[in-house]
Ligand binder design. Structure first.
Ligand code: DGL
Length: 272
């Protein structure tokens, strides 16, 4: 199985694209909704929570785990890959954990003409500087301006993202971003929850700025990865199923997820 992890329901925006491109695999989605948002938590806490979830997914049949969360990718991925994965490996050593920042940073220069990019993300992702660092490795000429949006994830997790109250905070962070750099022509939503606010973001963003979300980028990159690692892809079960797990109320998760996925789903509760 392929495990897909996020602090909450944001990772569904990645899962949806992955399943659209690779429907044949079995998927296990885990949202740690009880402890979301991760965005304002320390490095140590994000690492600890992410590792617990990764361990859970590996011990429940996954041999590949995608951190469909920028905050976890920024704060926990490297340590897990370098220190923890070798302890998880069984004899075949096929198990892998992949993040979503590098695949996004690798292609972002294809989308901008002004070479000015805006990155909207959680406080944790912004402070880690992962995006400017990764983007500059590939494209040092690109000007990257970041904006932390600490209220956006709570709006989504509390199902308030379509309500009138969301407008204030959507406009506020967009205005702050544009004050810092008015030459931006591409806005990256570098938190997997943010595509759920897309309608409102579009409403307050000047028309000439395009919005970039990560789902299709991550799905394409994963497809290529699995093509290159055929031993891993052959070890993954292919029954086209998807199971949803949450550390919070399964009813609340199922309701939100069913609307977003446009398909009724039934989540199960787990404790980490
Ligand atoms: N969806 C996560 C991300 O991509 C973070 C949300 C949170 O703050 O928990 O960064």
């Amino acid at each position: 199985m392929i495990g897909v992890f996020d602090s909450g329901i944001g990772g569904l925006t990645i899962l949806k694209s992955i399943r659209a491109q690779m429907p044949e695999y079995d998927y296990l989605y885990l949202g740690d909704n009880a402890r979301a948002p991760y965005g304002s938590r320390s490095f140590e806490v994000v690492y600890e929570y992410t590792l617990q979830s990764v361990n859970y997914l590996f011990s429940h049949g996954c041999s590949l785990v995608i951190l469909a969360c920028n905050t976890a990718s920024a704060k926990a991925l490297r340590t897990i890959q370098q220190n923890d994965l070798p302890k998880i490996w069984n004899e075949s050593r096929l198990e892998r954990v992949l993040g979503i920042i590098r695949p996004t940073a690798e292609v972002i220069s294809n989308y901008t003409h002004t070479n000015h990019i805006g990155v909207m993300a959680t406080r944790g992702t912004v402070d880690s500087a992962s995006y400017p660092l990764e983007i500059h490795k590939q494209s040092p000429h690109i000007v990257v301006t970041q904006q932390a949006c600490p209220m956006w994830v709570p709006l989504v997790e509390n199902n308030e993202h379509r309500g009138d109250g969301a407008d204030y905070f959507v406009k506020k962070y967009i205005d702050q971003m544009l004050l810092k750099d008015n030459d931006i022509d591409t806005l990256l939503l570098a938190c997997t929850h943010y595509p759920l606010l897309l309608e409102k973001i579009r409403k307050y963003l000047p028309q000439h700025i395009s919005i970039l979300t990560q789902g299709d980028i991550v799905a394409t990159s994963l497809k290529n990865y699995l093509y290159r690692h055929s031993d891993l892809s052959q070890s993954l079960s292919k029954g086209s199923t998807c199971t949803y797990l949450t550390t919070e109320s399964p009813e609340k998760f199922s309701q939100l997820a069913s609307i977003f996925l446009e398909n009724p789903i039934e989540a199960k509760h787990i404790s980490l």
